[in-house]
Structures are given as C-alpha cells and as structure tokens.
Design a protein around this ligand. Structure first.
Ligand code: C2E
Ligand code: MG
Ligand code: MG
Length: 683
C-alpha cells in the first residue's frame, strides 16, 4: 500500500511494499514512484493516476523495478482519498501478480505452439461441422489434396474425399458423443483427383460440445505408401524372391490351413520334389543360369496347378535351393495321387530352353499322405522329405511314397554331414563292383566301381545320398581318391590271380565335376597308376554328361592330360542331360554309357530310334557303348538287335563287394564250373 500526493511524491509506503521492492532503507518521502515504473508502463501509470482522481476504480498491470534492477508485475488500483483527512492522498493498492503473468504467458505460448503444430503438421487436420461440412482445414489438406483451402472450406466431406468409405453420416447422425471413436484410428479410402485410390488413416475426436471447436476433429494421414510397402514386405517375407512361389514358412501356414479345413472326406498330401544333380548345373553353367532354370521349373509347376493335372486349390511352393513342394488339398486314392505325381515328374523332364540352350532335368520326389488326419504340416513335409531321400537312394528320377518304416532310416542331413567327415578319417568307405558284360556272350569284360559307405549305425548308405553332401563339403576329393586307388589295386589283384583271362579287363571309376576342377587330379591318377603298376588303359574314368555342359578350359585340359597317359574316358548317363553328340568327339571319349532311362523305355519306338542312332554314330567314331540298368531279358535282346555290345544291370549282377566279385570271377573261370574255353572275359 502506498499513499501518493498529487505531485506524485510518496507520503506513505507500507513495510510489505518496501520489502517487495527491496528498498528497506529508503525514506518514503524520497520515493519517486514513476522512476520505478517500467518505461513502457509509465503512460499507463500516469493515466491511471489521473483516472483515479476522477473517481475511476480501474486497475492496471504494470512492472515495477526492484532494487536489484529486475522488474516484477503488479496489479495496481487506486482510490482518491484526498478528501479523507487521515489519509490525504491517493491510496494505491498494488498486488504482485508475477505467477499469474507467467501462467498467462505460458498459455499464450502454448496456444501459439498448438497453432503452429496444426498449421505445419503434415497430418490433415479438419474440423467437421455437425452438418458434415468442413469448418476448418489445415494447410496440409491443401497440399495433400491439391485443392485451395478457400475452396475446401464449407464443402461437404464427401466432396473433399470423393467416393470415400468413411462412415461419416452414421457418426454425425448419432446424437451420442462418439466416445468409442475417440482415439481409435479408422482406415478409409477415397478417389484422389489423380484418379488413384488412396488410403487414409484418421482419428476422429468428438469436440462438438467444445465451443472453441464445435465439431469432429479429423486428424488423418495418407498411409497408401506405407500400406503398399507393408504388403510388399509381407509378400517378400512369405514368398521366394526368385520364383515368386510361397516360401517354406508360408507353405507351412497354407498347409496347416488346408489340414485344418479338411473335413475328412479326402486326404491331404504333399509331394516334395528335388531336382537331381542341380548342383552340376550351377557348377558348370553358373548360378545365374541355375537361377533361370529354377524360375522355369517354378513356372512349369505353377502351370500344372492351373492345368487339369492338378487342382486349382493345390499349392506349389519353393522351400529351398532346388526343392519344391506341391501340396494336394484333395488327394483321393494313393495310387491316383502317385500317378499325378509321376505326371509332375514327366512334366519337369520335358526339355527347358534357357538362353537358347536346351537342357533336361530329372527330379526325385517323396509323397506323404495325411492318412489318419493327425499330421502337422511340418510332419507331412518331413515325411515327404524322407521319402524323397529314399527316391534319391533308389537311383533318383522317381516318386517314392512315404511309409512309416522309413522313419527308422530318416537321416538328419546335418548329422550325416558331420558323420561324413569322420567317415573319411575312419575309412568307412568301400568299393562295390558291378560287372560289365558282353551282351552276346554274357561274359564279364570289366567292372564299374561304385562307392558304398558302411555307416557305423545306419548300415550301408548309397552314393545317391552322400555324394551330393560330399561334393558340397569338399570331401569328394579324398573319397574319390580312395575309390581310384582301391579300384586300381583290386584290378591288379585280379590280374595277378586270373592272369590272361582278365588281361583286357577294365575297371571304371566315377569322377565328380569337382574332381575335374581340381588340377591335382592328374597327378593323383598318375601316382596311383605308378604305385599299383596298373596299365593306364585298364582304367576308365566316368564323367557324367552334365559335367560337360560348358567345356571350361579347365575340364577340357584336365581331360586331355588324363587321356595323354593312356587312361580311357567314359561319358556316363548319356542322354539324361544336355544331349550333345558333339561332346563325344570334342572330348575324345572312348566309352559312351547309354542311360538307364532309355533302356527302361525301349518299347517306345522313338527311344529305339534314338538308341539306334546313338549306337551307329558311336560305332562310326570308334566309341564303345555300354547300356546301363538292364533289368529284363527283353531289354537285353532289344539292345543286342539294335547293335549294342556291352551292358550292365541287375539282370546280370548287382553291385557287390570286391570279395564277392573276385569269387564271381573265380567261379566263372573255374574249369570245373564253366569250361575255360568258353569263358572269355574280353571282347
Ligand atoms: P552311375 O555311375 O550311373 O552308376 C550306375 C548306378 O545304377 C549305380 O547306382 C548302380 O547300382 C545302378 N544300377 C546298375 N544296374 C542297375 C539296374 O539294373 N537297375 C537299377 N535300378 N539300377 C542299376 P549307385 O551305386 O547307387 O550309384 C549311383 C551314382 O552315384 C552313380 O551312377 C554315380 O554317378 C555315383 N557314384 C557312385 N560311386 C561314385 C564314386 O565313387 N564317385 C563319384 N563321384 N560318384 C559315384
Ligand atoms: Mg558310372
Ligand atoms: Mg550311369
């Protein structure tokens, strides 16, 4: 409280006022109020003073200077008490209002901030009036819709967002406050002026009861791109990038749904297809060629789903490198489904043309049924996988139906791979021999060495199963070396024991493409020949046709060197791969082995003509021919009539341990069993 005289001098200052202003020592007579008022507030202060003298009761807010130089806000009002003898002056009542001022400032500040936020937000902010018209639209609405704000204002929402799917009418018609809608995001679509269909995500806050707003606050953002990206990511996560087919995870989902859906009238089944020797394609033609082949295979499988071979509900998927799955929603009979699977393999066997290069693949497949409707998708696939491995083991290019006993033989491939490394160190491999016979005389002219793995727990494992693993892990080199030296040693033993009778005998050893890529192979073969003393021309090295698709310099020069010291070369599985008779001449093969698939289908006239042509050509080039996989007498007869001289097959003998093979030779050459004169091991 202060009392001022009309000349503005101070006649009284209360102790509180003195303390608030920090001037305890000053005598109030010296107190010149105006000099303590903030320069900007002096006019207001003077006019208040004058107004008070005229009887006004108004108050003003001014800043007064503290002793230390800072200003504080006060609310000041005055009463003219000059007429009151006990006061005789103008009574000023000043109240410190610093806190209130600060709150006000904060409010102003936050208002400005919110305004700026709305104005600059990329979100579309619209206040929708109760009649559905736009009351306010933020600048981003203009930017986003390409319509001037002045035009948008007052338009109906349905005019701003054409064809929109926002249930606005329902919302506005409900007289209840839209409590449920607050904060929950609604997605809706509309037709943009560009003609595109865009998706917005919006929240609606019901502020119709709020006088400052008086409508629904629509706060939206365009999520079209995000949604498209999400869809793309989802597709990528569930589909194989290369072929676009569902991937393993997605297949398991789809298959689970199919299994769940199945009411029991039909049997769900899964066919797992693995391309035979796909690695060879990659190794010799390169990965990008391999990729293109996989794409073509995928296309063919999808084609089947859309043809009458498979049902539209069937699923084709790629679950790994060269592994595909066809899942049948309605497998009727086991036989019927297996027949369809055969057709799938036949379809895959039709030549592919990639980069102008024609090539044929074969595949092995396992088929598993959900007979008792108790299989999970995982189990069904696992069973199909087990059966597929059985198919590989049985010589590839076939469908094997899963049977529960196979579980016993199920291999964990990783485990097998680890075992394989140990097998090399522990010499668990053995060479089996299958005789090569003269078809006319049925006399043995040689043998093919075929590797076997005597697994300590699993028993005998065939090469179809472990050779691919060995190739992947680089273990094929020591295994191949073992086979080479064993075969050469064994033939030396037989030569010693049976002398002249086996003098012209040859032993064949299979080589993998990896072995041909390794320069050291030449030195190894020559070392082994030297160590065993076997004449080089008694050794035949078999190379599958697929190895040769690209006669890389390397393979070509390696083969040249192998030939140069007299070793013979055979082209194996001829006709399965890339069928070029040119290879025979180009690589100077000595032997051509006609693949079992031709022998199997010799009753087909076309096959007969092909075999006959191949035989004639080979004859002209001076190349010996061996027919592989002869199982029936009739096949042998037909081959003979077509001019084929040599053959191999179960009809004559299955591959057998060295000891048994020696025994076979002994019996055959024993004068008491078969007269020596007619026993002739040579052609
Ligand atoms: P391949 O060189 O074409 O050998 C012929 C395969 O056909 C052998 O299978 C043989 O047991 C089988 N076979 C022979 N006659 C018949 C028959 O009348 N009917 C049927 N169904 N099959 C018959 P195996 O021993 O399982 O060998 C499979 C393949 O594994 C071989 O095919 C060869 O490519 C590879 N392989 C075998 N041993 C070695 C090896 O030491 N090194 C390399 N790199 N590969 C080998
Ligand atoms: Mg062979
Ligand atoms: Mg073969």
């Amino acid at each position: 409280v202060l009392v001022l005289q009309t000349d503005l001098s101070c006649s009284y200052i209360s102790p509180v006022a003195a303390r608030l202003l920090g001037y305890p020592k000053l005598g109030y007579q010296e107190f010149d109020l105006l000099s303590f008022v903030h320069r900007d507030d002096r006019v207001a202060a003077t006019s208040l003073f004058n107004a008070t003298q005229e009887g006004s009761m108004e108050t003003i807010e001014i800043r007064l200077r503290h002793f230390v130089g800072t200003y504080a806000w006060f609310e000041v009002g005055g009463t003219d008490l000059t007429g009151d003898p006990s006061i005789n002056g103008i009574l000023l009542n000043a109240r410190e209002i610093g806190d209130r001022k600060m709150a006000e400032e904060r409010l102003l500040h936050s208002e400005a901030r919110f305004k700026a936020l709305v104005q600059n937000s990329t979100d579309l902010v619209i206040v929708i009036e109760p009649n559905g018209a736009v009351g306010y639209a933020s600048p981003s609405v203009e930017a986003s819709l390409g319509m001037p704000l002045s035009l948008i204002q007052g338009l109906q929402m349905s005019e701003v967002f054409a064809e929109n799917t926002l249930p606005l009418t329902d919302l506005l018609e409900s007289q209840q406050p839209l409590i449920g809608w607050n904060s929950a995001a609604i997605e809706f679509g509309y037709r943009a002026t560009s003609g595109d269909w865009r998706i917005l995500e919006t929240t609606l806050t019901d502020l119709r009861g709020e006088p400052a707003v008086g409508g629904l606050v629509f706060n939206a953002r365009d999520i079209t791109d995000r949604k498209q990206m999400n869809e793309l990511l989802l597709h990528q996560a569930t589909h194989d990038e290369l072929t676009g087919l569902p991937n393993r995870r997605h297949l398991l989902d789809l298959l689970s749904q199919t299994l769940d859906r199945n009411g029991g009238t039909t049997t769900v089944s899964a066919l797992l297809v693995d391309i035979d020797d796909f690695k060879d394609v990659n190794d010799s033609l390169g990965h990008s060629f391999g990729d293109r082949l996989l794409e073509a295979i995928a296309e063919r499988l999808t084609g089947l789903v859309h043809s009458e071979v498979l049902d539209a509900g069937d699923i084709a998927a790629r679950i790994g490198g060269d592994e595909f799955v066809v899942a049948f929603e309605r497998a009727h009979g086991e036989k019927q489904t297996a027949d369809i699977c055969e057709q799938v393999l036949v379809a895959l066997n039709t030549p592919f043309v990639i980069d102008g290069r024609e090539l044929t693949v074969t595949a092995s497949a396992g088929l598993a049924f959900d007979h008792d409707r108790s299989n999970s998708a995982e189990l069904l696939l696992q069973n199909a996988d087990t059966a597929m491995y059985k198919a590989k083991d049985l010589g590839k290019r076939q469908v094997v139906v899963f049977e529960s006993y196979m579980h016993v033989a199920t291999f964990d491939r990783l485990e097998l791979r680890a075992d394989l490394a140990r097998a090399v160190a522990q010499e668990q491999f053995e060479a089996y021999y299958q005789p090569v016979v003269n078809l006319a005389t049925q006399k043995i002219v040689g043998a093919e060495a075929l590797v076997r793995w005597r697994h300590p727990e699993r028993g005998m494992v065939g090469p179809g199963l472990f050779i691919p693993l060995a190739e992947e892990s680089g273990l094929i080199a020591p295994i191949g070396e073992f086979m080479l030296s064993t075969a050469c040693e064994d033939l030396c033993d037989w030569r010693e024991e049976f002398g002249a009778a086996v003098e012209d005998f040859t032993v064949s050893v299979n080589l993998s493409v990896q072995q041909l890529h390794d320069r050291r192979i030449v030195g190894k073969v020559s070392d082994i020949l030297e160590q065993t003393g076997l004449p080089a021309e008694r050794l035949v090295l078999e190379v599958t046709e697929s190895t040769l698709i690209t006669e890389t310099e390397m393979i070509s020069s390696t083969m040249q060197q192998l030939r140069s010291f007299g070793t013979r070369l055979a082209i194996d599985d001829f006709g399965t791969g890339y069928s070029s008779l040119g290879y025979i001449q180009q690589f100077e093969f000595d032997v051509l082995k006609i693949d079992k698939s031709f022998v199997d289908d010799l009753d087909s006239f076309t096959n007969q003509r092909i075999v006959s042509a191949v035989l004639q050509l080979a004859d002209q080039l001076g190349v010996r021919t061996i027919a592989e996989g002869i199982e029936q007498e009739l096949q042998a007869e037909l081959l003979k009539s077509l001019g084929c001289k040599l053959g191999q097959g179960y009809l004559y003998a299955k591959p057998m341990p060295a000891q048994e093979f020696r025994e076979l030779l002994r019996i055959a050459s024993d004068p008491f069993e078969i007269p020596t004169e007619v026993v002739e091991f040579q052609v």
